[in-house]
Design a protein around this ligand. Sequence first.
Ligand SMILES: [Zn+2]
Length: 134
Amino acid sequence: MKGRLKIDELTFSAAHYLKGHPQCQALHGHTYFVRDIEILYELPGSEFLDFTTIEAVINYFDHKLLVPLEDNSYWLSLAAPCKLDCVAMPNTTSESLVEDIINRIWSIPGVKFVSLSVFEGPNQGAKYSTGGET
Ligand SMILES: [Zn+2]
């Protein structure tokens, strides 16, 4: 089955910091808005891509500490005693986060196109697509 899955908005809450950024280098948190999710897919027979599969991808980030890869070993040393649940990524900007989410959805079998935006605040977001045109 060929299908198109559209989801207006999903949210998750996470903490992060941006190294070297004058305002954002202190540890702080956001409710992130993942908007305008559009996925084209093709699966065998009557199989379809369930909304909950995408929801699980987004929920993976919920109540996590997003850390730059270069700081990961430091945070891992604190993870157990402080009960931290970290996600390491090249950096913790919206751009990096949108690419990470796209790559996780892209790895789902049958997915042919993914487009979405991630906002950490009003007018503070990034959009990314992969897999061709809709
Ligand atoms: Zn922030």
